[in-house]
Design a protein around this ligand. Structure first.
Ligand SMILES: [Fe+2]
Length: 141
């Protein structure tokens, strides 16, 4: 398995786990900001869903096989699954700041040693996550 293959499967797994955490928050958020956050989490998980598909298809374009089971996603993800279903909304947002920040940091460390096109692809994911972080942090102010 090449470095590129390992990295892209790690990114795929991590984004898949983040997608499910966002669905969890979308379903379970409560409080005065319910409507706003319920919709905001939907916006974020919709982006994740598109991203997961783009990552897997980028892998196929490189003639690599994307992992396709939850078992492997849990094993390879940089993020742990969210097991709580009754978090305070503020805690949900704080957890998302931690998760997106960790992905930005780790993905940045992956950039060296990739082919230029895959490097650009990962850089765009980082850029998207930095934008998500700006929005989530703004909600926490
Ligand atoms: Fe929904």
């Amino acid at each position: 398995m090449t470095n590129t293959h390992t990295i892209l499967n790690t990114v795929l797994a991590s984004e898949h786990i983040l997608y499910q955490t966002l669905r969890n928050y979308h379903w379970n958020v409560e409080g005065r900001e319910f409507l706003e956050l319920h919709e905001f989490f939907e916006t974020l998980y919709t982006k994740e869903l598109e991203l997961v598909d783009e990552i897997a298809e980028r892998m196929r374009a490189l003639d690599l096989r994307p992992d396709s089971t939850f078992k492997l996603y849990i094993e390879k993800s940089l993020l742990a699954e969210e097991e709580q279903t009754s978090l305070e909304s503020r805690k949900m947002l704080e957890n998302l700041v931690s998760s997106y920040s960790l992905l930005v940091e780790k993905y940045t460390s992956f950039l060296d040693g990739l082919d230029p096109v895959t490097e650009g692809f990962i850089a765009e994911i980082i850029e998207g996550h930095q934008k998500n972080l700006w929005m989530i942090k703004s909600l926490l102010k």
